[in-house]
Design a protein around this ligand. Sequence first.
Ligand SMILES: [Zn+2]
Length: 173
Amino acid sequence: MEKAKTCQSCGMPMAKESDFGTEKDGSRSEDYCTYCYQNGAYTEPEITIDEMAKKGGAIMSQMFEIPSENAVNFAKEQLFVLKRWAGLEIPSCESCGMPMKEESEFGTENDGSKSTRYCTYCYQEGEFTEPELTKEEAVSKYAPMMAEHLKMPLDKAKVMVESYLTTLPRWNN
Ligand SMILES: [Zn+2]
């Protein structure tokens, strides 16, 4: 399955053609969304990662009842791994979404080589560590951690995790 694209400036998942930004020649940008990037340039070239985190955090805070400071910090963590802010595209696990920065964070294939798609917690020796895990179970597993981490209501955490997992290839079917 094609890997869902994430805007490498704001982190928004890009699914529909209209979600993608445009290059100078009118073709679609493979890296950035329509809100961040138009005609080959950033719509807000001067924006800093902190300002971007503030904006994203405010939206998350309102949508999911996350205390605003936690939401802004969380938004910033998400931004840090994107190409616009990290300087390069950092791969994230296609099962749990964890960014994989260190060699040791990648899962392993059958032959011992590193997986390019999954993290070490999700994938070992060519197989998922929890092959039977369903999306619903994954939501039940990750939502309480998210609720605890961000001090948000569990039901909101479930909605947030569920919509996030839907953007990852393992769960997006
Ligand atoms: Zn993972």
